[in-house]
Design a protein around this ligand. Structure first.
Ligand SMILES: [Zn+2]
Length: 292
């Protein structure tokens, strides 16, 4: 009898532990992207970056170290478990601090910091002590060739921020895009710095590029990578949100009416819908209802 209770309690404990582990992933993880020789994703909490390892050196992206310098030293340590090759580049996806603060250890390791011209202008103006100012800037595009790997940096116009770039590995057909293409979820606070008039064109430019898998700056559901279908769905979401809020704005419902009444039920199964929809509605209200 005692043994039976113990067995049942033991089974329950295992079940509980299993559940807790499933809900709380380890704070960071590094994984090689399936089917590639040298493309990795470093995740720390809920942000992630791509890095590429070549015999001639490493191309790293976003240090993701805002208010957590340990994320950056762990990121470098994870790279060092794979290679002792020099860190040649640190490329910023855009100027938002949650992705690019804390890059000093990469700079100290010898990296050349690259970003869009306007990202550098904004960072210089804000002069945040935790942000390394880019050494080099791009305007429309730049191709980096290092140790047999080609990485294309492409500006696709204002979208999420006015300086977001995408990074494309043509051989691997992989795209790294941060914040402006959330994989299968509704965008949230990032909508504060969002360009409604130009965003859809930026997404169409991304769709026209040759790639198959998208690494997002925040892990997709279950850690999955994105597809062109995700981009098409996101474009449809923005177009629906924009058209719906435009109509409400013309009826004089910005701000309160829209924020209280407008829903987009077609997308309510997307992660973040309840929490993030207000940010989307408010941003389009600002555009259609107030002109900014
Ligand atoms: Zn951002």
């Amino acid at each position: 009898m005692l043994k039976l209770i113990g067995g049942a309690a033991g089974a329950a404990l295992i079940a509980l532990t299993g559940t807790a582990m499933a809900q709380t992933p380890p704070p960071f993880a590094t994984r090689k992207v399936d089917g590639t020789d040298n493309v990795y994703i470093f995740r720390y909490m809920n942000a992630q970056s791509m890095f590429v390892v070549t015999p001639a050196g490493v191309i790293a992206t976003d240090p993701i170290g805002l208010a957590r310098p340990q994320a950056v030293t762990i990121y470098l340590g994870e790279i060092r478990k794979i290679t002792q090759a020099p860190i040649r580049y640190l490329i910023y996806s855009h100027h938002h601090f949650d992705h690019i603060a804390g890059g000093k250890p990469f700079k100290d390791a010898g990296a050349t910091v690259v970003a869009h011209r306007r990202a550098k202008e904004r960072l210089v103006a804000m002069n945040n002590p935790d942000v390394v100012i880019p050494d080099e800037v791009i305007e429309d595009s730049r191709t980096i060739s290092l140790g047999g790997t080609t990485l294309e940096l492409q500006y696709v116009g204002p979208s999420h921020s006015d300086n977001s770039i995408v990074m494309r590995l043509p051989k691997e057909k992989i795209l790294f895009a941060v914040d402006f293409i959330p994989v299968g979820s509704v965008p949230g606070r990032g909508m504060i710095d969002f360009y409604p008039a130009q965003n859809d064109e930026a997404l169409k430019r991304v769709l026209a590029m040759d790639w198959e898998r998208l690494i997002p700056g925040h892990p997709g559901p279950g850690g999955r990578l994105g597809t062109k279908e995700d981009v098409r769905n996101l474009l449809a979401f923005f177009q629906d949100a924009s058209a719906t809020v435009k109509e409400a704005a013309m009826a004089g419902k910005c701000w309160d009416g829209v924020e209280k009444e407008v829903r987009l039920p077609k997308y309510e199964s997307w992660p973040g819908y309840q929490q993030n929809l207000p940010f989307v509605l408010t941003r389009y209200c600002a555009y259609w209802g107030r002109g900014f």
